[in-house]
Design a protein around this ligand. Structure first.
Ligand code: NAD
Length: 324
């Protein structure tokens, strides 16, 4: 029987073409909700998913499933434990979107500092007096707190330092001193230090039990008055209600957010009523360049697993020896 790959959410066509060139039948799911996926995944030997993930029910519905390709690095919506239990390989695409996400973190910090949404509204309204009642800032020579110093955190720190001569203050217990020094940064031994001393705080940790609400009301209250918070990691890393309160009270000057507790949000979400936020709909990894790179990386690894070759980025390496 030939291999069949269910693509849960669309990927760059070059990735699809690569799968097809390897003789794999590719089907795009009719909708990315897990009830639909559980119906459409039945005969698949592979699945590629994005932020919709793949839950236990969908994995259990596919007795021939051998590999799950996670298009991206955020694995929280995939039931990796269940896949591993069944000997299903999970592969991911670390690094494919690093530059794009780091660029977005910088763009969000700049957009908040330069008040771009309000400035655009003022321009359209003919308000060229905007400059007299706005508080536009520079990033130059300021402290940028970097929470999480993996691929994206490191690249963001590099751009902030090289582009704006900012001073990275890094909170990442497992990061090496050399890596931090390489971006001209200093290590913070506690998250509290980063929050108290940074003009911009940028988050780059994965969402796990220990990072859920890493920034809650108590932590946000420690932020330097007038700081800017940037979150391109995961919405759950910040207590969103506490963030809204900190923004309303003026404790934070503003926030640039790409990720949210729930995506998407209802139209009456309190963030929408705030002027000092810049919001993007989880587009960090979605540049044209990154989309193609990610689709090709995930396709290559799906092809590898189906051909019996060990893929480059197995999420749980131990599964290889007892794969389905
Ligand atoms: P990575 O694994 O290279 O780096 C994550 C770093 O966080 C690691 O160095 C780890 O040691 C550190 N870390 C983990 N727990 C920590 C804690 N409690 N305190 C401090 N540091 C901690 O991952 P990455 O490629 O840099 O991506 C980071 C996150 O960005 C991903 O997990 C994902 O959720 C998010 N992401 C978002 C988008 C987007 O579109 N907005 C795209 C890609 C990734």
């Amino acid at each position: 029987m030939s291999d069949r790959c269910l693509v849960v959410q669309p990927i760059h066509p070059d990735g699809v073409a690569r799968l097809q060139a390897a003789g794999i039948d590719v089907a795009l799911a009719s909708a990315p909700d897990m009830a639909t996926i559980a119906r459409e995944i039945v005969g698949a030997t592979a699945a590629i998913t994005r932020n919709a993930g793949l839950d236990r029910r969908a994995i259990d519905a596919a007795p021939r499933l051998r590999v799950i390709g996670n298009h991206g690095v955020g694995l929280d919506p995939v039931d990796v434990a269940r896949a591993t239990e069944l000997g299903v390989c999970v592969v991911s695409t670390p690094g494919a979107s690093t530059q794009s996400v780091a660029e977005l973190a910088v763009a969000l910090a700049l957009a908040v500092a330069k008040q771009l949404p309000s400035a655009q509204r003022a321009t359209r309204a003919g308000d060229f007096g905007f400059k007299y009642h706005s508080a536009i800032r520079e990033l130059h020579d300021k402290v940028v707190g970097v929470v999480g110093f993996g691929r994206i955190g490191r690249r963001a720190a590099e751009i902030f330092a090289a582009g704006f001569q900012m001073h990275p203050l890094v909170y990442a217990p497992s990061a090496s001193g050399e890596a931090i020094a390489a971006v001209g940064g200093r290590r913070a031994h506690a998250l509290r230090d980063v929050l108290e001393r940074s003009d911009v705080v940028t988050l780059h940790v994965p969402l796990r039990d220990e990072t859920r609400h890493l920034l809650g009301a108590a932590e946000l209250a420690r932020c330097k008055p007038g700081a800017i918070l940037v979150n391109t990691a995961r919405g759950g890393v910040v207590d969103e209600q506490a963030l809204v309160d900190a923004l309303r009270s003026g404790r934070l000057a503003g926030a640039g957010l790409d990720v949210y507790a729930t995506e998407s949000m209802p139209s009456d979400h309190p963030l929408f009523a705030l002027d000092n936020v810049v919001l993007t709909p989880h587009v960090g990894g979605s540049s044209l360049e990154a989309a193609r790179r990610t689709a090709l990386q995930v396709a290559d690894q799906v092809i590898d697993v189906l051909a019996g070759r060990r893929p480059a980025h197995l999420v749980v390496p131990e599964v290889w020896g007892r794969r389905r």
